[in-house]
Design a protein around this ligand. Structure first.
Ligand code: SF4
Length: 308
């Protein structure tokens, strides 16, 4: 049997970050039930040969922040995956969550259903930057108890740290590293350079105020310099960069990332999800309405099909 990764794209988020283009193709509240059914229909549409030919080594729930959806939906998706595919007993099952909107009732169910890795959409510890960027973090009770809770329940918790953020400098990067390593006890940290997505609000802001870009040394710090600084500081603390921008303590590297690096076949479920399987690559259609109506029909949702 060959190794397989599954990526479940759930483009749902209650934030509105100015650098992110998710608003252009997001599932709205009124579409959520239809969306979950469409995801299940797509999973059920896979040929049963996959069950015999492949073994699923990692399942990644990403997109926006799927950790804000009800755990029974995650449970239903996982049980359908287990009917349709052979899932390794030690598969890594990751869920992306947003720190400001955690629901402590959800976590015991996630754990019971097999989620064994959490990836936190952390970005920064700065409330000013959270507000400026629209990545609205709230200081709720769960945030304060989170490090201890996660430490007790998950071996591996990844923190996504933004670099190249407006106004970020070495002093506040040092503070970020201290918070993640000493307070959150992060085993794994993934760096996310600020990327200005096409049609995002930040791109429009720069179009309207080109002086921000001209003055980019002050407004947007040098990403390479920030990266080198963080890398040096994390290496001093015993983290290894096992893949570009991915740092982990020994034994805590993300399996999904490592399989991706080895070009392991992947099936992407959900709108706009990318797949590469049996030497063929394709992407699911980005148009949510077309996806909702036709998610079980490969011919109608697969786009940009290529042999590699
Ligand atoms: S929280 Fe993440 S997914 Fe949501 S808008 Fe911000 S960057 Fe995009």
């Amino acid at each position: 049997m060959r190794d397989l990764r599954l990526y479940i794209n759930i483009p749902y988020c209650t934030n509105n970050c100015i650098f992110c283009d998710i608003r252009n193709h997001m599932v709205e509240d009124c579409q959520r039930e239809a969306f979950y059914k469409a995801i299940i229909k797509e999973i059920e549409s896979f040929d049963e040969n996959y069950k015999h030919d492949y073994i699923v080594k990692s399942i990644y729930f990403g997109g926006g922040v799927p950790g804000s959806i009800r755990p029974n939906v995650i449970e239903e998706i996982l049980s359908n995956i287990k009917c349709q595919f052979t899932v390794s007993s030690d598969a890594e099952i990751s869920l992306k969550v947003f720190p400001g909107k955690l629901n402590d009732n959800y976590f015991p169910v996630y754990i019971e259903k097999g989620i064994n890795r959490i990836s936190i959409d952390y970005l920064t510890n700065s409330f000013f930057l959270h507000n400026f960027l629209g990545h609205k973090k709230t200081d709720n009770a769960m945030d304060r108890t989170l490090p201890v809770f996660l430490k007790n329940h998950f071996e591996n918790v990844n923190y996504d740290l933004g670099i190249g953020l407006p106004g970020q400098n070495e002093a506040n990067l040092e503070e970020e590293i201290h918070t993640l390593c000493d307070f959150h006890d992060a085993k794994e940290i993934t760096l996310h350079p600020l990327k200005i997505e096409k049609d995002s609000a930040i791109e429009k802001l720069y179009d309207e105020h080109p002086e921000y870009l001209k003055n980019s040394n002050r407004f947007l710090p040098d990403i390479q310099r920030s990266y080198k600084y963080v890398k040096e500081k994390l290496e001093e603390r015993g983290y290894t960069e096992y893949l570009p921008y991915c740092f982990g303590l020994e034994g805590f590297e993300c399996l999904d990332f490592k399989l991706r690096k080895k070009n392991t076949d992947v099936i992407g479920i959900g709108p706009n999800a990318f797949s590469c399987v049996d030497g063929i690559t394709y992407s699911n259609i980005n148009d949510l309405n077309v996806y909702l109506e036709n998610s079980d029909n490969f011919e109608l949702i697969a786009t940009d099909i290529k042999e590699v």
